[in-house]
Design a protein around this ligand. Structure first.
Ligand code: 2M8
Length: 409
């Protein structure tokens, strides 16, 4: 963690990801909290220093230049908001972190002060999600770019990413300088990422009131929506501490609408939750590990939870280390390719936490034990092969380190 500390913010991995990433930093702050509380708060403050006026917190804040990552600030070309940044967002984990830090504080006075200053920023971000990404009031929010989900090349986007590729300015990827191409998204996928970026830039520089309507990719993502519901619960808890009754009511409405909204994501045939393409109205035909995150959000019924755990046990029976990011029996399963098969420790934490909440302690323990085995065997890697347990992607990875400190200790 100290090695990846670039001065108030932690890069996910040197070289591969040399800036401040949104949900990485939120998770990393919980790791810092275990041994340096002041530094943990600083991580979140630095992230929110990049917040846009309309409340959005960008997926990446470019505090300092670096030429080891593409696309950097020049390609994004966002108008200088407070700092240079991307024009899209990422899963809203930060409210969970603020609650975690507040509950684990050894310095209540400092925690109170930080809560008071961070709370309005968290609230503005959550309001932004509903205003900009659910203007039709469905109870669930849209992502407009796979990068917003955090699960960049998930098979859940395969159908929704079939829009035509625009003529793009010539570009050179940097990720392949750090990681073998068999572990990364394909070139065609990158062309589509860039097509979206350039279209959003052309829409009056990422104007949030336009992007929702013009994007050829508009999806209800299980990862973002589950985290948003869970973050709403924690924001509500923080609002109660601050005695903000009106805000508690506002959050209750989001939660009630969210419970309703999740109903459309349940696929009874497979016994799994699915992401949904908002433009075609179809559920994505992809059994991915985010299917279990509604347990983390607490929006699955007991019957749904039983079906989910039945599926999860089947998946775990096919691999040596859980939880693979896609059903290992599916023909699209690739044990090494990024979000199409490998195990991610942050997903394991969320799934295990959700299972425990529903009373499936044995399964929760199994996932925790697998996470300990993986990190012990392969180190602090970005992700892991569920068959061999080998580490893959970036090395010395910050959120994997944070998970070891805050969860696997
Ligand atoms: C990955 O995403 C970035 C784009 O944001 C990339 O591949 O270039 C994802 O795993 C994402 O979830 C993560 O936040 C980021 C940094 O760890 O890397």
């Amino acid at each position: 963690m100290r090695m990846n500390d670039f001065g108030g913010y932690t890069v996910p991995a040197q070289g591969l990801y040399p800036f401040q990433w949104n949900w990485d930093s939120a998770i990393v702050s919980a790791g810092w909290a275990v041994f340096d509380e002041a530094r943990a708060w600083e991580e979140l403050e630095k992230l929110f220093s990049g917040q846009w006026e309309d409340g959005m917190v960008p997926s990446i804040v470019f505090h300092r230049p670096s030429n080891t990552y593409f696309p950097g600030p020049d390609i994004w070309g966002t108008p200088q908001k407070p700092s240079k940044s991307t024009g899209i967002t990422q899963p809203p984990v930060a409210a969970l972190s603020v609650r975690f830090l507040y509950e684990h504080t050894e310095n209540p006075e400092l925690a109170e002060q930080k809560l008071v200053s961070l709370f309005p920023k968290l609230l503005a971000w959550h309001r932004w999600w509903y205003k900009a990404r659910d203007p039709e009031n469905t109870g669930v929010v849209a992502i407009l770019h796979p990068w917003e989900s955090g699960m960049d090349n998930s098979p859940a986007w395969d159908e929704s990413m079939k829009f035509p590729i625009d003529k793009l300015p010539r570009y050179v990827r940097c990720d392949l300088n750090h990681v073998d191409s068999c572990m990364r998204p394909t070139q065609e996928t990158y062309d589509r990422y860039l097509t979206l970026l350039h279209r959003f830039k052309a829409a009056n520089f990422y104007d949030p009131s336009r992007l929702y309507w013009i994007s050829p990719f508009r999806v209800t993502d299980l990862c973002v929506n589950s985290i948003l519901i869970r973050a709403n619960r924690d924001l509500r808890w923080l609002a109660l501490r601050l005695e903000k009754d009106d805000i508690v009511k506002e959050i209750d409405e989001w939660l009630n609408k969210g419970f309703e909204g999740f109903k459309q994501l349940w696929d009874e045939d497979s016994g799994l939750f699915k992401c949904k393409d908002q433009l075609t109205g179809k559920l994505a035909n992809a059994p991915i590990s985010a299917a279990f995150l509604p347990l983390f959000a607490g929006v699955a019924t007991k019957e749904q939870a039983d079906k989910l755990t039945h599926n999860l046990e089947r998946w775990l029976g096919q691999v040596n280390y859980g939880v693979p990011s896609m059903d290992p029996e599916d023909h699209r399963f690739e044990p090494l390719r990024y979000w199409r098969g490998p195990v991610w420790i942050i997903m394991n934490w969320m799934i295990s936490n959700g299972l425990r909440h529903y009373g499936y302690d044995e399964l929760a323990d199994r996932i925790k034990d697998d996470s300990i085995s993986l990190t012990t065997k392969a180190g602090l890697r970005e992700y892991f092969d569920p068959l061999t347990g080998d580490g893959a992607g970036g090395r010395n990875f910050s959120w994997t380190a944070a998970m070891c400190l805050a969860w696997l200790d």
